[in-house]
Design a protein around this ligand. Structure first.
Ligand code: ATP
Length: 335
């Protein structure tokens, strides 16, 4: 089992209040991603769960037991860091088995578990190599292997892929997701990377300034963001926001429309008029950055190639089904 519950978790460093009352229910076996801007408290919250920091208030329950006074090694969690934290003088075999050796397991049992983990992670040919003889992706797999053999209640990942190049990140992202599903072990994963969050998570926690803004599945956050912050944070390019008279729709102070929900028409077709300031042609997509006068800059996305260029006049017509409305406090209006 690996069910993790946070109840009003608080953390201050000296006078500075960093985590401002986090409540969260993480189901056994689920993959939960913490996202949010730099400094919002993602790593701090993960370290509190790991026991690497003490809470200033509240409870952390693992399978129903409050662990705030339990030392990290006794919480049954395994952490995987961005820096891998491998021992350079030890072989892959030694690194993966290190925690088990420290725990005093018999040698043949350690070997069996290390070899099974190495097979799962495609590391069998490298068991006798040293970390410096491995690629970045292989090193990261060793770090994950070390976490797996301990058979934890949950994996805690702190930006584990951020040292890898773009192509390898995509490959490892898929591997980590597949592995977590195969093992069925609860995972909490901290990242800056929206695409990682959207593709890996069963549920995403959006943090901002030490508070949880929303907790939900990737599609819930995309389709029904709770407030302006989540609406602006999830989705790339960002949602367009329009305020003022042209936004006044059934009590809304602001309306939001994602770039992919603006239909691009020739000038005069209704909607919002503007001049293309920049057109990006990616082949698969066309992004238009449109100067819409008093409404500001609007971004529109077209799937496929669109032969439009800077200086062309266009109408951007919002899909009425996909307009998000927000009150003057920034909270989403429904219905
Ligand atoms: P990033 O994405 O940049 O890694 P984060 O969301 O993980 O950021 P944290 O590392 O959790 O953010 O930091 C949250 C805030 O807490 C920051 O303002 C940071 O400066 C502060 N902080 C973190 N650790 C300490 C500490 N040991 N002492 C004092 N302040 C700290």
């Amino acid at each position: 089992m690996g069910q993790i519950t946070l109840q009003d978790v608080q953390k201050s460093f000296g006078p500075v209040h960093i985590i401002k009352g986090a409540d969260l229910d993480i189901a056994d076996g689920s993959f939960v991603v913490f996202v949010g801007p730099s400094g919002c408290g993602k790593t701090t919250l993960l370290r509190l769960i790991a026991g690497l920091e003490d809470v200033s208030g509240g409870k952390i329950l693992i399978d129903g037991k409050n662990v705030v006074d339990t030392p990290p090694a006794k919480r049954g969690l395994s952490m995987v860091f961005q820096s891998y934290a491998l021992y350079p003088h030890m072989s892959v075999r030694g690194n993966i088995g290190f925690g088990l050796k420290m725990a005093g397991l018999p040698k043949d049992e350690i070997n069996r578990k290390v070899e099974a983990a190495a097979a799962t992670l495609n590391l069998t040919p490298y068991l006798d190599r040293k970390p410096r003889e491995l690629s970045g992706g292989q090193r990261q797999r060793v770090a994950i292997g070390r976490a797996i053999v301990r058979e934890p209640k949950a994996f805690l990942f702190d930006e584990p892929l951020s040292n890898l190049d773009a192509a390898l990140r995509v490959q490892m992202r898929i591997e980590v997701t597949r592995l977590q599903k195969q093992l069925g072990t609860t995972a909490i994963y901290v990242t800056h990377d929206q695409v990682e969050a959207m593709t890996m998570a069963d549920k995403i926690v959006v943090l901002n300034g030490g508070k949880i803004e929303q907790y939900g599945s990737p599609l819930e956050l995309y389709e029904r963001p709770a407030n302006l912050f989540v609406a602006g944070f999830i989705g790339s390019p960002k949602m367009n926001f329009v305020t003022g008279e042209s936004a006044l729709q059934r009590g809304a102070a602001t309306i939001g429309v994602r770039p992919e929900h603006l239909r691009i028409e020739r000038e005069g077709a209704g909607g919002w008029q503007g001049t293309i300031s920049v057109a990006e042609h990616l082949g698969s997509d066309t992004f238009l950055y449109v100067d819409a006068g008093p409404l500001g800059m609007l971004t529109a996305r077209y799937i496929g190639e669109l032969s439009l260029h800077a200086g062309d006049r266009v109408s951007l017509v919002p899909d009425p089904q996909r307009i998000h409305r927000f009150d003057d406090g920034g909270n989403a209006l429904r219905g």
